[in-house]
Design a binder for this molecule. Structure first.
Ligand SMILES: C[S@@+](CC[C@H](N)C(=O)[O-])C[C@H]1O[C@@H](n2cnc3c(N)ncnc32)[C@H](O)[C@@H]1O
Ligand code: SF4
Ligand code: SF4
Length: 330
């Protein structure tokens, strides 16, 4: 019997990037559509639904070929998706239509578009305003208000002019969860207000535990400011996570990881994420990038140290998959 497929990400996600809306998470170049004008906003959902139907019929779009998020349908009956109203509405919106940032991390995937320019004052996105699009989506009832999860990525929201307006429109419409990834250099006062109205997850990419390493990675001298801001966020009723990307030859050793755990102890943060640098995929030889053996020791050390200190040690599912395979592409 012919296999039929589905993808949870495709069913849920609208990832507003600079030039396109992608139907999957920020780390993959899955199917997409050009940014439509607000009056053509339904095109986003129409195309997504066409892709859902294709998978259900066993046709895999080229962009999804080989993706490990593709699952076989267990439901024996093909989906009946004829009326627009029966199809899932958007319930995960990723905001990354701007690339400006108040630092310039040496590993940053977004910097190729922003030209590594450090932006200190809030400005418009170089690409488009998202607020009119979101307003129109609410008006046309194509957002699942009760279930909506919003992830702010970017760029850094601290220098996006429409950041607070976007947050407010989501809050007014009863958003279920807001996740903000930030470098933590500037404190975001609106967080104090919204964390009492919805579930808020603040994810600070710090990648180190010392001033010197911070400067090497982030290319600005702002470690102390970030540390103070972490302490401020730690007092609020929200989920606060620190994130560490292993950057080869810079922070990929036991001493640097120990400094990071010490910083977590000092600031009282109880949630962490360890990640590998996606730029490592550029070191591909013979069709694959092999994860170095000492990375496994670093991941073991991280998990053990976090456990000893009662810190939740997250490793993203995608990274587990890569570690299990032993390489980026196999
Ligand atoms: C591009 S940043 C934007 C949000 C915010 N400026 C920040 O740094 O958290 C979004 C996420 O992508 C991650 N990221 C950026 N470049 C990466 C890379 N080369 N490998 C893995 N993750 C990366 C960052 O750690 C961050 O959590
Ligand atoms: S199958 Fe993979 S590439 Fe395709 S939409 Fe899903 S996550 Fe994206
Ligand atoms: S803080 Fe975020 S957006 Fe800015 S350079 Fe670093 S990873 Fe990129």
């Amino acid at each position: 019997m012919k296999k039929r497929y589905y993808c949870k990400r495709l069913n849920e996600t609208l990832n507003f990037d600079a030039l396109k809306v992608f139907y999957c998470c920020a780390t993959r170049t899955g199917p997409s559509i050009d940014i439509p004008k607000p009056d053509k906003i339904k095109d986003i959902i129409t195309k997504r639904n066409k892709l859902i139907r294709m998978l259900d019929k066993g046709i895999i779009p080229e962009e999804c070929s080989g993706c490990f998020d593709l699952k076989e349908q267990e439901n024996p009956k093909p989906l009946i998706l004829s009326a627009f109203s029966k199809l899932p509405k958007a319930n995960l919106i990723i905001v990354k239509h701007f690339k400006q940032c108040d630092c310039s991390c040496i590993y940053c995937c977004e910097q190729y578009l922003s030209g590594r320019k450090i932006v200190l004052k809030s400005k418009k996105s170089d690409y488009y305003d998202l607020l009119p699009i979101i307003k129109e989506m609410y008006k046309q009832n194509i957002i699942d208000k009760k279930e909506l999860d919003v992830h702010f990525q970017g760029g850094n929201v601290s220098v996006l002019d429409e950041f607070e307006d976007l947050v407010n429109i989501f809050i007014e419409n009863g958003v279920k969860r807001i996740e903000i990834a930030t470098n933590g250099i500037k404190y975001l006062p609106i967080v104090e207000e919204i964390c009492r109205k919805t579930f808020v997850d603040i994810n600070i990419s710090i990648d180190c535990g010392t001033k010197e390493t911070f400067k090497k990675i982030k290319t600005v001298d702002k470690f102390e400011e970030v540390k103070e801001n972490i302490k401020k966020y730690a007092k609020l009723p929200l989920l606060l996570r620190l994130k560490y990307i292993l950057v080869r030859g810079v922070n990929d050793n036991i001493q640097e990881l120990t400094n990071y755990i010490d910083l977590m102890k000092e600031t009282g943060v109880k949630n962490s994420e360890l990640m590998i640098d996606q730029c490592d995929s550029e070191f591909i030889q013979n069709g694959e990038f092999k994860i170095p053996n000492y990375y496994y020791d670093l991941f073991d050390f991280y998990q053990r140290k976090c456990k000893e200190n009662n810190i939740e040690a997250n490793i993203w599912e995608y990274i587990r998959e890569i570690l299990n395979k032993g390489s980026f592409f196999k």
